[in-house]
Design a protein around this ligand. Sequence first.
Ligand SMILES: C[S@@+](CC[C@H](N)C(=O)[O-])C[C@H]1O[C@@H](n2cnc3c(N)ncnc32)[C@H](O)[C@@H]1O
Length: 227
Amino acid sequence: MPEPSQSTPSRGAPRYDLLNHVLSMNVDRLWWNRTARTFTAVLRGPGAHVLDLCCGTGDMTFALHRRMNGGRLFGADFSHAMLVRAEQKSQDKNIRWIEADALHLPFASAHFQLVTAAFGFRNLANYDRGLAEIYRVLAPGGEFGILDFGEPKGVIGKVYRVYFRRVLPAIGTLISGVRGPYAYLPASVLRFPSPEEMLQRMRDAGFREASWTPYTFGIAGLYRGRK
Ligand SMILES: C[S@@+](CC[C@H](N)C(=O)[O-])C[C@H]1O[C@@H](n2cnc3c(N)ncnc32)[C@H](O)[C@@H]1O
């Protein structure tokens, strides 16, 4: 997925959606839905307070919304342009879009039963700080899910790396006319800790039941933990 976070031009948000679906061959939809399904029990809970961090144009948020049964759903992102697009797409769904930095959340402590982040946590400047903020805003017993890219192993990994590092940035640049965001994506995945290291960081932040589930040969995966 492209990285619009640093300076998203307002025309970039709708195009971002189109590019995502083309470049990921629509597998992203399966990943968002699978993640939301994982948390069905907490989403169905009456009065559940749910926060989707780094929500971008809202696709993960909408997948959560489809499974909720009342309650309160927030989508937070620090890019105004992405939130404008999310708002346009959300029609009259009862979702509150908040412009906020995931490292300094404007929410009271112990407020949410579920916090998610799809393809955004990897971009944070400080992962431990990000985990600490998620921990702070979660209610005791609350859960989090971080869906993000990984590095598949073996032969599939080799083929995928060519696509991811060469083909994907080239197509992205061609369609968008902008070089930076698509070249940045492989670099940000390389910078992201391995599953073993992420799980240790989650435990160090205080989470229990830390786990990682690979999606589609480990191209993506879901980190889970409980406060
Ligand atoms: C690749 S997009 C993913 C958007 C959406 N969750 C999805 O799955 O399509 C990453 C998003 O993270 C946001 N983001 C990056 N760093 C952030 C931070 N520190 N605080 C809030 N949002 C951030 C960006 O603005 C961008 O919209």
